[in-house]
Every structure is written in C-alpha cells, then in structure tokens.
Write a protein that binds this ligand. Structure first.
Ligand code: UPG
Ligand code: MN
Length: 817
C-alpha cells in the first residue's frame, strides 16, 4: 500500500492518522510483540530521519549507551607514514557530512535563559519515574524504558536532593540485566576535574610542545567536561612552565598537590608553588561547583562559542559531532606565561544518536585516530584512560627510543607500559596489583611482545591503521607534514565530518582499521591482530612508573571488571582470532600460549568450582576422595599443594609483599574464579547462541565517602546486592557447614582414623573457610553499610543447606565391587 492508498482509506473510513498509528501499535504490541521490538530501531530511525524537529519525541531507544570519557594524546614526531597512505581520512573525503549533523540549526540558537518552571517540570517527571521504579514487579523492558526516560532528564543538584532519585536508581546498579546496569551507571562516574588532570599531565611532557597534541574524547558529550577543559587550557599556561622550571613530578596537578609532595623550602620555588597551588584550587572549585550545579552558568557560557553546541535537546546519547581546538599550537599567540609555545589541545565528542551503536571505547579511540590524523598527523599516538595520569614526564622520549631504534625500531608497532595504581592500600585488599600480573609481560616480551591492554600504550599510527609489517617500513619515523595553511575552524569542520555516526559505514574501521569492534577487550584483540600482521611490541616498565591510575575500590567493581576482561578474552578464544588458529605461523608458540592464559580464565572457573564444592560435600558425608595419608599415592598430592604454596610465598617474599597481601591475593584469586569467570563463561556462551550482546560496564572512578573510608581501612565491601555475592556467600557457607559436619564425625563418630583417609579434604575445606573469613564477618558480625545484604545472607544459608543435605550422597560413592 502506498501513501496515496493509505490517505484514501483513512478518508473513506473517517479515521485520523494518529488514532490509526496508535491502534496499529497496540495491535502489533499485543499480537506481534517480538517482531515489533525487533523493528524498533527501524521505526526510530525513520522518526529521526524526518528531521531534527522529529527527534524530540523519542529518545528512549538507545541500545544501552554509555556516558564516559577517554583521553588520548597524539604526538607528532618525524614519521615514515607515506603521505596519505594509511591516513585514516584517505579513501573517504573529508567533506563527508552526516545528514544528521544538527550544527547548522542549533549552533545559532542561543540557549534560552533558564525559565522558572523548567526545573519543576523535570522534577515532576523524575517523581513520576521514581514512582514507577518503586514497583517491584517491573519487567526488564519497562525498567529499561523508564531508565532511558530518566537519562534524558536534565538533572540539577536541587532536583537530585529533593527527589532522592539517586538512591532509587542505585538499587539497580547490580541488576542482572547488563542494559539496566549500563543505564544506571552514575553520570558523574568520571569527574571532569579528574579528566583534566590526566590531560594536564600529558600536556606537560618533557617534549617539544610544537610536536605535541593532546585530544580529549568526551563520550558523555558533557558541557561540564568542555568547560573543565577550557579551564585547563588556561591553567596550562602557568602549569607547564612551572613543571618544566622545577622539574616537577608527577605532572598531574591533582596528584602533585594532593599526593605526598610537600611545599618546597627553596625561596623562589616556594613562592611559585603557593601561587600555582591557589590557581589550581580556584580552578578546581569552579569546576566542581559547576558539576554540583549540574550545568555551566550563563556567564561562563559567554566565554567560548563552543558552549553553543549544547542546548536543551542535547543528551549524552543524542548530539551532533562537537569538536573544538582550544589551543592551536600553530598559532603564534598560543604561548605560556614564559613565552614558550603551548601544545595543541582539542576537545572532541563524536556524534551520538540513540539508534546508532557507538562501540564504546573502541569507537571513541577510532574517532580520535581520525581526528588527530587530520589536525596534527603525528606518527606516534599515546592512549591514556581518563582515570590514569602520566607520572613520569620522560616516558615519551623513552618510548620513542624503542620506536626509533635504528636496528629494530621499524618492527615495533606499540610500546605498552604496565597499568599501575596510586590508590592501592597497604595489603591490596582487592588484589588490584597482583605481583604476578606484570611479571608475565616480561615473558611475553621475549616471545614477540606483550598484549595491548588499553591505557598507557604508545602506538605507531600506521600499524594501528591496519598496515602490514614489511621491510619497507625501515625508514625514518616521520610524521605527515602538519597542515599549516588551513585555519583552525576549517580543520575543525573537516575533523567533525570524520566523527559522524555514518562515517564508518561501509569502511574497514572497527575491522581491519583501528581498534576492533564487538569485543569487550577491544584492546587485546586489536593488539593480537597487529602482531599477526607481522609487527612486534615492547613491554616497558621504567623504574619510575610511567602512568598511575585508579583501581576499583569495591569488591563488586573488581568482580565486574574481571568479568568483562575474562568474557572478552574467552570470546577471542572462541572466535576466529583464537591465538592458536589465527596466530598459527604468525606468532611464536610461546606467545600463542601466553595469550591463552588470559583467554582461558573463564573456563578455569570450573576446576575451582569443583574444588570448593565436591571435597567439602564428600567430607560431610564421609566419602573419601583422595588417597590415605599413610599411602604412597598421597605424596603427589601433598607435593603439588606444598610446592605451589611455597613457590607463591617465595614470589611474594621476592616482591617484598606482606603476608597479609599474599593472603588477600589468594582470596581474590578464588573470588574471581568463583564469581566473575563463571558469569563470563555463561554470558559468552549465550552470546554465541545469539541470546545476548556485549556491553561495556564502565568501572566507577568515584565512591561515596563511607565506601572510601572502608576501603582505606581494608574492609571488604559487600553493601549492594549482587548475584556474584550470592554465589560467594553460598559457597562460603557450604564449606563452613561441611567442615563442621566433618569435624563432628571426627570427634563424635569415626575418630582419628577418619583424618587419615580424609586429610586432604579437611585441609582444602579448612583453607576455604579461613580464606572466607571476611565473608562470614560481613554476613553475621558487621553493622556498617558494607555488610552483606540480609536477603543474600538468608538465601545463601538456605542454598548451602540444600546443597549439603538434599543432594543425594550416593552420586558420589564409587559402586561397590
Ligand atoms: O563507551 C565508552 C566506554 C569507555 N570509555 C573510556 O575507556 C576508558 C576505560 O574505561 P574504564 O571504565 O576505566 O575501564 P577499565 O576496566 O578501568 O579499563 C581497563 O580495561 C579496558 C578493556 O576492558 C581497557 O581498555 C582499559 O585501558 C583498562 O584500563 C575510560 O577512559 C573510559 O572513559 C569510552 O570512552 N567510551
Ligand atoms: Mn579504568
């Protein structure tokens, strides 16, 4: 039926269009619910294609968008990139304009003064949503739609306080549905003040500033971050000369002023220190005030034309491409307080539309690669996550030494530094910096190079853009000439056209070019593909850490992060990129195996699950699993247990770890295998069967005060309900019940003879009980906000009892002969 037919039918029947559409939707929802959902994106796409005005009606159909930022730096050095050869802009005219780019209409439209009833409207909306959220029988779909509605509301500090919506939303943070979890991730998860400290730390590198360009990708598309970066561009004028003059380390102002550094005693430095510290504090306060208020004031808005990009319709998931060169390094007026050139500084927020998948961090990185190729075209790029900062201003030069080495430099695609953290407590309660982690990387280095693990990695631009290694690469590292003619605004317009939603359609981006899409560990899979194209990589661990970051401060965050990693790695193993298949003949066997250690984390959960379920269960029922302690076959078992324990203790001793830290690490080793990896395994299998899709759950970077306090006191945090905690608590209870049952048998029943036949089961079960002490404490003895939720305690006690006493024991007895 064409449009004319439909009009005729409507006229003859006397129905109006909206009644027809609404009734049609009702019928479709009732009779073809599934198909309607499947067609949802198409319907919304049409809505948007109808023009900017049409977009206002429904912004509720996001495929679980995220609100995050990533920082990256482009360094211009001499380069060997053939002009335009692997330049990402090549092959697709820089003039490609997105039909959806709305900057034409909206740019000229000044944001209206805030009228009085605007916040009231929002407040009513929030209260209505809150009421619905309180309904316990919410289906997942309606929850998602409610939360999407909520995400579109503009929050003010007042609104948040008066409606108390934050607390309601927080209840869903550990919801089983990834889409729900994604939607409730705190919009202030990556604070602007933290992000700009990262930026300032790399702007102050000991490197010629005219060759340095810093790009901030703001995936939240937030005017607050834009404002913070604007402030940073001004503060840089004093900060950079101060750092260079007094050889300051670290060069993140936040880390420098809030860390251990004391005010210097020396006269001149002390005066300047005082001045710069007050400049920084004032700036930080201005930024934090704006964040608390939820928006930038009209006065600030007048300071830069860039603010015109934000209007009422702008949300983190729905906005045009925004790009502003805040400092143009080519401009002779762009100088610091001492008269030296400043590095180029660019703010970028790629175009986001609710119906277009944005590919998380990988999508942001690829946009950065293209934008930087247009503006500065450096031959080497550094990627730094917003929750890390450079803590060593010489790192750039060190990394370039590898990449420019006359003998071997031309083979190297990237130089990866370890990801170290500055918020680890004395005994590293969540095992965030396990001593083994970076030790393995030295081994991988010997077999052709370490994995690319995201942050703190210097890339040769051309290898990231898909180029295969060959001997012709053996030319000096030289950048494409920087465009000196085009004005900053021309460059901005060109760069914007490279970050529209449609730019990557029908291109190799996300496949053979840039970071690969579709895998939760986009970095690992990209690094693997680069190696398989013939390149090598370097692991570089300078004695002064190159980068420091923020490690998760709660157990749930740690477990979720490990779930993402193990899920991504296992997906790689099951895909065509499996190191043994894809890497065959391209990678050394040692490296294939090295990759597989990580790729097989998820299935490794099964042996661990076996050892914490079966030995205690059989102990309770008096079934012996291992050889008698007096027999010769006891030897191999006791040898393996003793040798691995001694070895890991010896390692701990070598790394100067405390015993408590070693013990904490063993606990986290167990918890990850019992909670994160099984979920990762199941999700990966479901994904293979097409039953769910990957998401990227951002790791939170801020915690509330109470949580931070408990973290500093090294108290494990169980505060929020999570299915992962239910598993941990159930298994902890099962072992406790079985140990008590086994001991009862020993004392009251079979006597010491039982110990002979079941020694290993006793040892295993008792160690699991000992290691789980914090779990029992959280379940039964703690009163603070970090204790185990009562519902989980009750469920897990019941489940443990069921497992211990209801499962028929004869399944575990050998048939008698
Ligand atoms: O849609 C997204 C999601 C994330 N990010 C940024 O990506 C970075 C890493 O995200 P984060 O939530 O901090 O994840 P982590 O678990 O801490 O990241 C680790 O694991 C990732 C892979 O899972 C790697 O890419 C990271 O480098 C590594 O630090 C941050 O700067 C984010 O702002 C985006 O820009 N857009
Ligand atoms: Mn992180």
């Amino acid at each position: 039926m064409d449009a004319g037919d439909l009009r005729r039918v409507m006229r003859s029947m006397g129905v109006d269009l909206w009644t027809l559409i609404e009734t049609a939707l009702d019928v479709a929802a009732a009779d073809y619910g599934k198909e309607l959902r499947a067609r949802r994106d198409g319907i919304v796409e049409r809505l948007y294609a109808a023009g900017p005005g049409a977009a206002d009606g429904c912004r509720n159909c996001a495929p679980g968008a995220a609100a995050e930022r990533a920082a990256a730096v482009g360094l211009s050095t001499g380069g060997m990139e053939g002009k335009g050869s692997s330049s990402p802009a090549a092959g697709k005219g820089a003039a490609t304009a997105s039909p959806l780019s709305m900057n034409g209409d909206e740019k000229g439209e000044e944001r209206e003064e805030e009228d009085d009833d605007y916040p009231i409207d929002d407040k009513t909306k929030i209260l209505a949503i809150k009421e619905f959220l309180e309904d316990p029988d919410q289906t997942e779909d309606s929850l998602v739609s409610l939360l999407q509605n909520l995400a579109d509301v503009e929050f003010t500090f007042k609104n948040l306080k008066e409606t108390d919506i934050g607390r309601h939303v927080n209840c869903f943070r550990k919801h089983p549905s990834p889409e729900v979890r994604q939607l409730v991730s705190d919009p202030m998860i990556e604070p602007p003040a933290m992000v700009i400290s990262t930026v300032l730390s790399v702007m102050a590198y000991e490197y010629p500033p005219e060759k340095l360009s810093v790009y901030l990708s703001d995936d939240a598309g937030s005017e607050l971050t834009f404002y913070a970066l604007l402030e940073a561009s001004r503060f840089a004028k004093s900060w950079i000369p101060f750092c260079k003059k007094f050889k300051v380390e670290p060069r993140s102002p936040d880390a420098y002023f809030n860390g251990e550094c004391m005010c210097p005693k020396d006269g001149l430095q002390a005066v300047e220190w005082g001045k710069i510290k007050s400049l920084y504090t004032e700036m930080e306060n201005r930024i934090n005030d704006a964040v608390k208020f939820g928006k930038v004031s009209e006065n600030i808005r007048k300071q830069h034309r860039g603010f015109l990009e934000w209007n009422r319709a702008t949300t983190s998931r729905d906005h045009q491409a925004i790009l502003h060169i805040l400092i143009d390094g080519r401009d002779t007026n762009a100088i610091d307080d001492e008269g030296f050139t400043l590095p180029t500084l660019v703010y970028m927020a790629r175009e986001k539309r609710p119906y277009r998948h944005h590919n998380f961090k990988a999508g942001a990185m690829n946009s950065l690669v293209r934008v930087s190729s247009e503006i500065s075209s450096g031959a080497v790029m550094l990627n730094v996550d917003c929750d890390m900062y450079s803590s060593n201003s010489e790192t750039v030069k060190d990394a370039l030494c590898f990449l420019m080495d006359e003998e071997k430099g031309h083979e190297i695609a990237y130089v990866q530094l370890p990801q170290l953290f500055n918020n680890i407590t004395k005994n590293d309660i969540y095992g965030s910096s396990p001593m083994w982690a970076w030790k393995d990387f030295h081994g991988l280095d010997g077999y052709g190079g370490p994995l690319y693990v995201g942050s703190g990695c210097f890339h040769r631009r051309e290898s990231l853009c898909g180029k295969h290694f060959n001997e012709t690469c053996k030319a000096a590292l030289r950048a494409n000439e920087r465009n000196m003619e085009a004005s900053a605004s021309t460059l901005e317009e060109r760069a914007k056209s490279l970050i529209t939603c449609t730019y990557e359609d029908n291109t190799e981006w996300g496949k053979e070019m840039g970071l690969k899409y579709g895998c939760p560990v986009e970095d690992v899979i990209t690094g693997l593909a680069i190696k398989c194209r013939g390149w090598k990589s370097i692991y570089f661990n300078p004695s002064r850490a190159g980068f420091l970051g923020v490690a998760p401060v709660t157990l749930a965050q740690t477990l979720v992060q490990h779930k993402r990693w193990s899920e991504g790695d296992f997906q790689i193993f099951l895909s065509k990129y499996c190191p043994f298949l894809y890497g065959k003949g391209k990678l050394k066997l040692g490296l294939q195996m090295g990759y597989s250690i990580y790729c097989l984390w998820a299935p490794c959960s099964f042996p661990t699950l076996y050892y914490v379920i079966i030995p205690p269960f059989t102990l309770l029922h008096g079934i012996s699993l291992f050889p008698k302690a007096s027999g010769i076959w006891f030897m191999p078992f006791s040898y393996v247990i003793a040798a691995t324990t001694m070895f890991s203790l010896w390692e701990a001793f070598l790394f100067g770890c405390t015993m408590k830290r070693w013990w904490n690490e063993q606990r986290m080793y167990l918890f990850k295998r019992l909670a994160s990896y099984p979920f990762a395994f199941v999700d990966t299998i479901f994904r293979h069967l097409g039953l769910n899709k990957s998401t990227f759950i951002i790791t939170a970077k801020v915690a509330d005060e109470e949580v931070s306090k408990r973290y500093k006191q090294e108290m494990m945090e169980f505060g929020s309900p999570s299915p992962m905690f239910t598993i941990l608590a159930t298994l902890a209870m099962l072992n406790l019940v079985c140990l008590i049952g086994g001991a009862k048998r020993l004392v009251l029943g079979e006597g010491i003879g039982l110990l002979g036949s079941m020694l290993l089961q006793f040892v295993l079960c008792a160690s699991v009980v000992l290691i789980n002490m914090p779990v029992y404490q959280a379940m039964f003895f703690r009163n603070d906000g970090g204790r185990m939720p009562t519902s989980i305690t009750l469920t897990s006690v019941a489940l443990a009892m069921l497992l211990a006493y209801m499962v028929p024991e004869q399944y575990f007895r050998l048939p008698r002969v």
